[in-house]
Ligand binder design. Structure first.
Ligand code: KG4
Ligand code: ZN
Length: 353
């Protein structure tokens, strides 16, 4: 397949995307795998903040309440009726089973009612394809398409994966986290520092208000000779330091500890990704997933990488449906059509695609 989303001369393709894998209910319409005609995201963050994390039962109930209005809004914003789109892409996994079921069942019902093709898509693949997207109407320069072979780092709340993409829709997994995902580490460390959920943005905020990242040298798990990551030792080191200070009656320097933690995570992610890119002869680097919204991580990649780095705009880093519609377009053109009896796949690795 060529780098272009559409072989020249093919008709345009518009896909409605539906995403409900975790705590965002989202719908979007994307044209030709790149152009966002609309993207609507209803975040449940406020609902889950009181629990300090995503409460699965609450998440699925909330998806049920909001999914249809969100889809209607996405179509309305794109000035389209359902009959104007060519297919419906929906996240089958990975994610929370009860949350995924809401999106998948909604998509199946709509596909059955309209006769439109149904395309089940992988959430991680969606994060990768967010790097191809841009907004139809913002007048900005059209961002360049990532070029293969690409070394991709996915960093989200549930995943930390190093992936080699030699062409569209093809994934070689080089490694991943052996314990906590990068986003999970941000969330857990924020919680033990007394910062609000979600932890990533809270840590970034407190650090940006003024903090010393060299306050303490937290351990880095390099796991030499592998492309794997580990963040649980780092999390435990932060916990130990907080306990030590509390027991000795010293005030915990929250911002400095947050900055030192963030620095350790960023350093390992950047150094290992750049090393893998060099080793596998990648032309470019792609960073995606919720943690790629982190400004320190973005800056570190941009300043340290000898290769071009693609990181989606911040609003496309965290969960959304535009990325699912985008990858849905690529899969639609590759001929994927799913039966109406597809089920959710809560643990669906990229390598099984
Ligand atoms: O991709 P995402 O929205 O959902 C999953 O697929 O998991 O990622 C959510 C994760 C959370 O752990 C959140 O704390 C983290 O991304 N995150 C950040 C930032 N914004 C979101 N981590 C660090 N810095 C940020 N600015
Ligand atoms: Zn995600």
């Amino acid at each position: 397949m060529s780098d272009s989303p559409l072989p020249t001369g093919q008709p345009e393709c518009r896909i409605l995307g539906i995403e409900s894998s975790c705590d965002e209910t989202a719908a979007a319409v994307v044209e030709n795998g790149r152009v966002i005609l609309s993207s609507v995201v209803a975040s449940q963050v406020d609902l889950h903040a009181q629990f300090g994390g995503v409460f699965p039962e609450v998440a699925s109930r909330q998806h049920i309440l909001t999914i249809y209005p969100i889809i209607e809004q996405a179509l309305r914003q794109a000035h389209l009726d359902l009959t104007d789109v060519d297919g419906i892409a929906v996240t089958r996994g990975p994610g929370l089973p009860g949350s995924l079921v809401v999106g998948v069942n909604t998509a199946k019902g709509m596909a059955m009612g309209s006769g439109l093709p149904l395309i089940g898509v992988n959430h991680l693949e969606g994060h990768l394809y967010s790097a191809w997207l841009y907004k139809a109407d913002n007048g900005d320069e059209i961002p360049a398409e990532p070029e293969f072979p690409l070394l991709a780092l996915i960093v989200s709340g549930g995943h930390t994966e190093l992936i080699l993409m030699r062409e569209h829709l093809q994934y070689e997994r080089l490694g991943g986290t052996l314990d906590d995902a990068a986003g999970e580490a941000f969330d857990k460390v924020a919680r033990l520092l007394g910062l609000p959920y979600p932890g990533g943005p809270s840590i970034q905020k407190v650090v940006e208000q003024g903090a010393d990242p060299s306050h303490i040298q937290f351990p880095r798990a390099w796991l030499e000779g592998t492309w794997n990551f580990s963040f649980s030792g780092l999390k435990t080191a932060v916990l130990r330091e907080v306990r030590r200070l509390e027991e000795s009656g010293v005030e915990v320097p929250v911002a400095d500890l947050a900055a030192s933690f963030q620095e350790a995570v960023v350093e390992v992610l950047v150094v290992k990704t750049l090393k893998a890119a060099q080793e596998f002869g990648a032309k470019e680097i792609l960073v995606a997933g919720g943690v790629s919204a982190n400004q320190a991580l973005r800056n570190a990649f941009q300043t340290r990488s000898p290769l071009p780095v693609h990181i989606p705009p911040i609003w496309l880093c965290t969960d959304n449906a535009a990325m699912m519609a985008g990858v849905g377009c690529f899969r639609f053109h590759a001929g994927q059509r799913d039966e109406l009896d597809i089920d959710v796949l809560p643990n669906w690795p990229l390598t099984e695609l």
